[in-house]
Design a protein around this ligand. Structure first.
Ligand code: ATP
Length: 472
């Protein structure tokens, strides 16, 4: 067994650590810049062979915990394109905007709230009008962060974040529609369909995973804030008056999933309650689960008590009765809603950051290792034949075939064994198995654990039990 010294996070500072994560993400095929061979398209990303495995694992673990494990939640896959009235009813046409201004000299576009909050502190802009924000910028004589000019900002204005597109082939008949900026509204407009067809009784929830689009002005920090992203949202419909209790239940449930199922470190998570000023107009309580990203704390999961705002609005705009008929109490009411809304790509960044470590081994050797929870790892096991000949490769492929019935397994016969270990450390494979000449004689293999780098000699027939026992 190799001795090694843990230097948890060797990166000099936090920004540096993000650069290291971005580099390993590209080198090993987690995440690539979008449209790269054409010079890229800013803020778009493609998920490579190991990245997609992590996304799929996270979605599966979320679906199991939020839908299958619960008898009071069902799933949905609604359209990305919705009737534009949906967004008028929800308030997105009128209110879903960010304040922005341009520097007239260098043409840099700036998000006013981010700009001021960096200078004046978190929540400084909450509740202030655009005119008030403009006055602060002028009074303080703030310079453009890009060219340094003073007094060159345009008036701040509201910029709607929804992507517009056309529905219909001919110019005359086409209609302006939007790409959905959240998955939630697809759930609200299907509330009646689902409660009629699935015979659910309030309280119950509807969960959905899908892409959302926001024309973010300041898309930044790798995959933290992008214009195209995936959300995992659940709307939990409950009787008015019970929402506070359900809010606490779901907040705990989400935290439990992050720490006990995904395995994020507790010290990198915190809950931040919104104060009255910050609360959205439709919410009577909201809290964010924040993660300590390499660039600082940021929202990972928003848990909002949305009252009956959405259903009430859709009743008003659609003219349909969306009330729930409680047959036991013999009364009709619009349910209140508690919504846990999580961004899949942000979660992916949290998982990468949490798992990333640079370790100094003996003889000044370094290794980068991703300590993913095995449930999240792209491959659970990798099999290496010592050489690509003498039947070692055939024996290794037999093991791959039998283990592939249970897990996603990699076969790797390129380069020296040490190099193969490094590659799998960097993609977070929890177990690597080497097939050598003794394996041909006595049906044993060497199995190495990623985190401890401990190696054991075990019989091929013991592999599954050995791994299951350690995966938990
Ligand atoms: P933020 O304040 O960071 O813009 P938000 O409060 O607008 O986020 P919600 O509308 O509550 O976010 O969306 C729920 C979740 O979706 C967020 O907690 C986040 O994980 C994710 N999310 C929102 N916007 C983006 C984005 N542009 N890129 C990636 N993920 C996002």
């Amino acid at each position: 067994m190799k001795l090694f010294l843990k230097l948890s996070f060797m990166a000099k500072d936090r920004e540096d650590s993000l650069k290291h994560i971005v580099a390993v993400a590209k080198r090993r095929g987690f995440v690539f810049a979008g449209s790269e061979i054409y010079g890229g398209l800013s803020n778009t990303f493609d998920y490579g062979p190991v990245g997609i495995e992590i996304l799929q694992n996270l979605k599966k673990l979320w679906w199991e915990y939020f839908v299958h494990k619960r008898k009071d939640v069902v799933g949905l896959d609604s359209s990305i394109l919705l009737n534009p009235s949906v967004w008028e009813a929800s308030g997105h046409v009128g209110n879903f905007s960010d304040p922005l201004m341009d520097c007239k000299q260098c043409k840099t576009r700036i998000r006013v709230d981010h700009f001021l909050e960096e200078k004046k502190g978190e929540s400084f802009c909450t509740g202030k009008t655009l005119k008030e924000l403009q006055k602060v910028i002028e009074d303080e004589k703030y310079a453009c962060p890009s060219c340094g000019a003073v007094g060159t900002f345009t008036e701040p204005r509201s910029f709607n974040l929804m992507f517009k597109t056309s529905h219909g082939a001919s110019e005359d008949n086409s209609m302006d529609i939007y790409l959905r900026p959240e998955t939630a509204q697809g759930i609200f407009i299907n509330f009646k369909n689902i409660y009629n067809s699935s015979r659910r009784k309030v309280p119950f929830g509807i969960a959905q995973i899908g892409k959302s689009f926001r024309n973010e002005i300041m898309a930044r920090q790798f995959i933290f804030r992008t214009r195209e992203f995936e959300q995992m949202e659940m709307e939990f419909f409950c009787e008015p008056g019970t929402q506070t209790e359900w809010f606490t239940t779901w907040l705990d449930y989400c935290m439990n999933w992050l720490t006990n199922v995904i395995g994020l470190k507790k010290e990198n998570l915190r809950i931040r309650e919104h104060d009255k000023e910050e609360l959205s107009f439709y919410s009577d309580r909201t809290a964010d689960i924040e993660y300590k990203f390499p660039f600082g704390w940021g929202e990972l999961w928003g848990i909002a008590s949305r009252t009956d705002y959405d259903l009430k609005q859709h009743e008003k705009f659609s003219g349909q009765d969306l009330k729930y008929h409680d047959q036991v109490q013999n009364k009709k009411y619009l349910p209140y809603v508690v919504e846990p809304a999580l961004g899949l790509n942000r979660l992916f960044l949290a998982v990468l950051s949490d798992a990333y470590e640079e370790e100094k081994l003996e003889k000044e050797e370094m290794r980068t290792v991703l300590h993913f929870n095995p449930k999240v790892s792209p491959f659970k096991v990798a099999i290496f034949p010592l050489m690509k000949k003498d039947g070692l490769d055939i024996k290794a492929k037999e093991i791959v075939e039998s283990l592939s019935k249970i897990w996603y397994v990699d076969y790797d016969d390129s380069a020296a064994i040490g190099k193969r270990y490094r590659r799998h450390d960097e993609i977070g494979t929890p177990f690597c198995i080497t097939v050598d000449y003794d394996s041909l004689k006595d049906d044993t293999v060497t199995i190495r654990e990623r985190d401890s780098m401990k190696q054991d000699r075990i019989a091929i027939k013991e592999i599954i039990g050995f791994i299951l026992e350690r995966m938990g």
